[in-house]
Design a protein around this ligand. Structure first.
Ligand SMILES: [Zn+2]
Ligand SMILES: [Zn+2]
Length: 272
């Protein structure tokens, strides 16, 4: 249901975002003109500095956004998780933008003479600051919503990344018949992706490394990764399957570390 409604949500968000961007750009142009016109007019609050810094920040965003676009389109997957320094940069920039916007509104509304001495700049800055605040709040709410929907789609295997295995990889993996008395199922009673126990009702697939998972869970996983969730060996390579105690000890050890990793919330894993 979420997957079906997602394109409509994305389209609506894109249209609203485009309209907001056009409106903000118009107000920005008006602000620049007013800034130049009232450049030498007196003001009892540092409105000129506020506008200058805000224009500089907007120019920085435009340049940085262009650089990111070029980098992403060259060799990076846009769906890859952000690195720590990229997240830190986003957080610092967002905090600065909101703080500066708040400071601007405070100066505007606490000013006693600016509305008369630099009326054009004051009016343009006030409208721009209010519109930016509304736009930023709208963007934040929608970005959080979009991010949540993207995560749900990733977890359900609806989205595929470039790091995923080629189509048909799952079908090439061996189907293992469930047998609760078999050593394989006694040692590995549950699927390490969804943590549900294996049963006769669900298909079980075995990777070349001998690790077993629900077919559906593994299928979703392979849309995002091409490695075994437990031992990280390449699922698409046709190595000789491990057998005997080596499989069992490795599986148990890796299963524990994998589950610890899941509990820590380090990655988004597609589930059954
Ligand atoms: Zn599973
Ligand atoms: Zn494995």
């Amino acid at each position: 249901m979420v997957a079906r409604g997602f394109p409509t949500c994305l389209l609506a968000f894109t249209i609203i975002y485009a309209l907001l961007t056009i409106a903000i750009m118009g107000l920005l142009c008006s602000l620049i003109v007013s800034f130049v016109q009232d450049l030498h007019c007196e003001c009892d609050v540092p409105l000129h500095i506020w506008v200058a810094v805000d224009l500089g920040s907007t120019a920085y965003h435009a340049i940085h956004g262009t650089v990111l676009q070029v980098c992403f389109s060259r060799d990076q997957d846009p769906l890859r998780p952000l690195r720590w320094h990229e997240r830190l940069h986003l957080v610092v920039v967002a905090i600065f933008d909101f703080t500066w916007l708040g400071l601007g509104l405070y100066w505007l509304w606490s000013s006693k003479t600016c509305a008369q001495t630099a009326s054009r700049l004051y009016k343009a800055a006030e409208i721009y600051a209010i519109a930016s605040t509304v736009g930023n709040v709208f963007m934040c709410i929608n970005m959080i919503g979009l991010y949540t929907i993207m995560c749900i789609l990733m977890q359900n295997g609806v989205l595929r990344t470039k790091e995923g295995a080629p189509s048909g990889t799952l079908e090439k993996l061996q189907v293992v018949a469930f047998d609760e008395d078999a050593k394989l199922f006694k040692d590995n009673p549950e699927c390490s992706i969804c943590l549900a126990v294996f049963s006769k009702n669900s298909e079980v697939r075995q990777c070349h490394c001998a690790h077993i998972f629900h077919g559906r869970c593994l299928g979703n996983w392979l849309k995002v990764n091409r490695t075994c969730p437990l031992c990280r060996s390449d699922v698409t390579s046709t190595g000789t399957p491990l057998t005997g105690s080596a499989v069992v000890s490795e599986t148990i050890g890796n299963s524990r570390s994998f589950q610890n990793e899941r509990a820590a919330g380090g990655h988004h894993y597609p589930t059954h």
